[in-house]
Design a protein around this ligand. Structure first.
Ligand code: NAG
Ligand code: NAG
Length: 429
């Protein structure tokens, strides 16, 4: 026990010494607002947003899907994966979190990343395939753009041991996920602690890769400080759902939607249906993995009714529904503007009186030739769900070309609504 602690301490000291080394500082121009910057790309096939993170020595560039609700960075380390700088986190180390980890992992194969003894186990969750895989928690070099950071823990899974598909639903070539939740193992949390930075990150999802790169920024200098957008930014508290909502879901980002307006008319809903109840159900969650917003049935029904009424007032021509959407229109009857189709405007009225406005580019989707639908789906009811359910899940489609800055330390979200309204896109930031 004593000797293992000593070794542990020794390894930890070395890690700390290395952690200040920058790989190639010359690649990072001085004008750069902040070093921790990851490109955001949209996969045209799955519409999943992903980034690329360098891991290990030699460096492996691994594409990982961006998951606001994910707890950690995890990746498939089964095939053609080797790294000399890999340090498994031992079960008795402080770096092995007590929460959300599985008991000590052992392995009978030859030593390699993902096959070590007395190693802190992790749950690596892929919400797109709805599978959870056990993995090993390890420290290795992480490269965020050109900057090398050591001491970041991530989950490495030897996927070939399992029959179901660890990377199901991810963009082709992606081998893991980057979780950004309010959790101990999320990369922003670890970076903030390691570099003594306030825990903040900001992201802006591009509607297409053709109009340029956008970035995920981790650290104090977020996009919201950019001259272009600071005047459009509004702020609302991030709500912490204190209730246990499942083994992996308790650290997600919620905002407090008080009411919903469609073309200025308040949708007839009891406010209590939107707030988080005593069991942790309800509330409005933000997700980069859910593609289209999901509303629980009791919110969805009046919401769609309200939208259809205003659409009729605007003389939009309704056509047959195309599953999973209900409110569909002949796109030739809808005008176009900077902010997409000209349709009834949806306002989410938030705590503090601010409003998140959703225009056509974020509320509508083309489903086939000449048919555009309201891109919100019926998320079912509590009765049909055996686990926790939010009243509203805002999906990636609703977030495109909207700037979101998560000030986790102060529990605040700054948001821009659609940048398109100001003739700006995420790639301008
Ligand atoms: C783990 O320990 C077992 C039993 O001592 C041993 O057979 C095995 O080779 C070890 N695995 C590794 C990866 O060192
Ligand atoms: C919007 O921006 C583009 C270039 O970014 C410019 O060419 C165009 O004139 C702008 N339109 C308006 C209405 O500001």
């Amino acid at each position: 026990m004593t000797s293992s602690c000593t070794i542990q301490f020794f390894v930890f000291s070395i890690t700390l010494i290395f952690s200040v080394s920058y790989l190639s500082a010359s690649h990072a121009p001085n004008s750069e607002p902040h070093p921790y910057k990851l490109p955001i790309k949209k996969d045209p096939v799955t519409n999943v947003f992903y980034t690329s993170v360098g891991i290990g020595n030699p460096r492996h560039n691994i594409d990982v899907a961006i998951d606001l609700t994910g707890e950690s960075l995890w990746y498939d380390c089964a095939i053609n994966y080797n790294t000399l700088s890999y340090i498994p986190v031992s079960c008795d180390s402080h770096s092995c979190p007590t929460k959300s980890t599985i008991p000590c992992v052992t392995c009978h194969g030859p030593f390699k990343p993902g096959c070590t003894n007395n190693t802190c186990g992790t749950y690596n969750y892929n919400p797109l395939a709805q599978v959870t895989f056990p993995g090993d928690l390890a420290q290795d070099f992480i490269f965020i753009s050109q900057i090398q950071v050591s001491g970041i823990r991530s989950g490495c899974t030897n996927a070939h041991k399992f029959t179901s598909n660890l990377v199901g639903g991810l963009p082709k070539g992606s081998k893991g996920m980057l979780g950004l939740a309010r959790s101990e193992l999320a990369v922003p949390t670890q970076l903030a602690l390691l570099k003594k930075l306030p825990l903040k990150f900001s992201l802006c999802l591009p509607s297409s890769n053709n109009i340029g790169f956008t970035n995920l920024l981790i650290g104090p200098e977020g996009h919201e400080q950019s001259q272009d957008v600071s005047k459009y930014i509004q702020t609302t508290p991030l709500v912490v759902n204190h209730f246990d909502t499942g083994p992996l879901f308790e650290e997600e980002y919620f905002i407090d939607v008080k009411s919903i307006k469609i073309d200025g008319n308040v949708v007839n809903l009891k406010p209590s249906l939107l707030s988080i109840d005593r069991k942790g159900n309800g509330g409005t969650k933000i997700s980069t993995i859910t593609r289209f917003a999901e509303l629980q049935t009791f919110v969805y029904k009046p919401f769609v009714r309200g939208f259809l009424k205003k659409a009729a007032d605007r003389r939009l021509k309704r056509v047959a529904s195309v599953a999973p959407f209900e409110a569909c229109f002949d796109s030739r009857s809808i005008g176009n503007s900077f902010t997409g189709f000209v349709v009834p405007t949806i306002d989410l009225v938030l705590q503090g009186g601010v409003q998140w406005t959703i225009h056509g580019a974020n509320s509508m989707v083309m489903v086939k030739k000449n048919v555009a639908c309201l891109a919100f789906v019926d998320g079912g009811t509590m009765a049909t769900m055996s686990f926790f359910k939010a009243s509203i899940v805002l999906g990636a489609h609703q977030l495109e070309e909207n700037l979101l800055a998560f000030d986790v330390a102060s529990s605040k979200l700054s948001f821009s609504s659609s940048l398109l309204l100001h003739n700006v896109t995420c790639s301008h930031l």
